[in-house]
Design a protein around this ligand. Structure first.
Ligand SMILES: NC(=O)c1ccc[n+]([C@@H]2O[C@H](COP(=O)([O-])OP(=O)(O)OC[C@H]3O[C@@H](n4cnc5c(N)ncnc54)[C@H](OP(=O)(O)O)[C@@H]3O)[C@@H](O)[C@H]2O)c1
Length: 335
């Protein structure tokens, strides 16, 4: 059995459940021997102004990141040096509160780029402000809710032009309707509504896109039967379609590999690919050091073009059909 077949079988066998981990927000109970006449004064809590404090230890191990992710974030913090030549960029990364998006944001900060992070809510904003000091700003919006995505697009637009936008956020293991909103319709809406960046866009996809389907009729008819694999085919085909529509921009799909972020270990502790490679292609593209040069319209995996790609991804008719189905569904056209 090939690695790919084994992986598809493993993931297909999963019964989808909702959410990753619930946060414990209850206050500790007061000790019974505390004298009632001497009330304890709680230590001041550092918050981001929202009234919420970041959860857990730095990088939120077992809350929103795995130990592997925390270790890699520490590696970045301790080893990555500022740019000595090359241009600092202004970069927006969706889903930069954990995993691959957080690696990219942490790396870019260490290099001296300007980074705007994205969090799904005020709690996650507080977490990422603690984990990634030096962010220019954090935009907030839950991509499960398309009205929040619209409001998020307005927040992003109000911040002015970016050099690079990375559409990284993604859900896994949720019902199809939620996967459709977070992984397909929201990245499309953000692409269509927010002004294009000056240089590049990237869309995070997966080798699981190979067993996806564009589900064009489902999109046009208002249906919700779009699973994770379909959504990752959407992301890759959106990238190549936008690359054709916007020839002055460089737009690529990037698969990070199967790596031990919380998403990667959702079905168990096995994730075979190199965690560092999950974000290095994003780094090389952003810093114009990708070995293949200034590419566009490609599907990349670990610093090179992926050879196993669904035929729809590089088919102009499929790209146009997907963009028009997204426009019909969301009532927002891509210029
Ligand atoms: N890990 C893998 O093996 C793997 C393989 C192939 C492709 N990918 C793709 O790589 C990308 C990053 O995945 P990852 O492994 O880094 O996953 P992760 O650790 O679960 O991180 C996902 C990020 O996206 C954010 N996000 C998810 N749903 C959101 C929503 N509804 N609204 C706002 N933000 C949301 C998360 O926010 P919270 O922290 O608040 O949840 C988090 O910041 C995804 O597009 C994924 O599909 C991952």
């Amino acid at each position: 059995m090939t690695e790919m077949t084994r992986r598809i079988l493993l993931l297909s066998a999963t019964v989808f459940g909702a959410g990753f981990l619930a946060a414990c927000t209850s206050s500790p109970r007061q000790r019974e021997d505390t004298p009632s006449s001497a009330p304890t004064i709680p230590a001041p809590v550092q918050t981001d102004g929202s009234g919420l404090a970041p959860r857990g230890e730095l990088y939120g191990v077992d809350i929103y990141n795995t130990q592997h992710v925390a270790d890699e974030l520490r590696y970045i913090e301790e080893n990555i040096q500022p740019l000595t030549d090359g241009d600092p960029k202004r970069i927006l990364i969706t889903g930069s509160t954990a995993g691959v998006g957080q690696f990219a944001a942490a790396y870019f900060l260490r290099r001296g780029h300007t980074v705007v992070a994205h969090a799904r809510n005020a709690q996650r904003e507080a977490d990422v402000r603690r984990d990634l000091p030096g962010l220019e700003a954090v935009v907030v919006g839950d991509l499960l809710n398309l009205e929040e995505t619209q409001a998020l697009a307005e927040q992003i637009s109000a911040l002015g032009a970016f050099d690079v936008i990375i559409h990284n956020a993604g859900e896994y293991g949720l019902p199809n309707e939620q996967i459709l909103n977070a992984n397909s319709l929201s990245p499309y809406l953000l692409t269509a509504v927010v002004d294009a960046p000056r240089e590049q866009m990237m869309y995070l996809t997966s080798d699981l896109h190979l067993s996806g389907d564009l589900k064009l009729d489902e999109l046009r008819s208002g249906g919700t039967n779009v699973n994770y694999n379909d959504s990752k085919l959407h992301m890759a085909t959106l990238a190549t379609g936008v690359a054709r529509r916007r020839p002055l921009l460089r737009v690529n799909a990037v698969a990070p590999g199967w790596v031990p972020t919380l998403m990667g270990v959702h079905n168990g502790p096995y994730a075979p690919d190199d965690l560092r490679e999950s974000y290095m292609t994003l780094v090389l593209l952003t810093e114009d050091t990708y070995p293949g040069g200034q590419v566009t319209g490609q599907f990349l995996f670990q610093r090179k073009p992926e050879t196993r790609v669904h035929p729809a991804v590089h088919d102009p008719e499929s790209q146009d059909a997907l963009l028009s189905a997204f426009a019909e569904r969301t009532k927002v056209s891509l210029s």
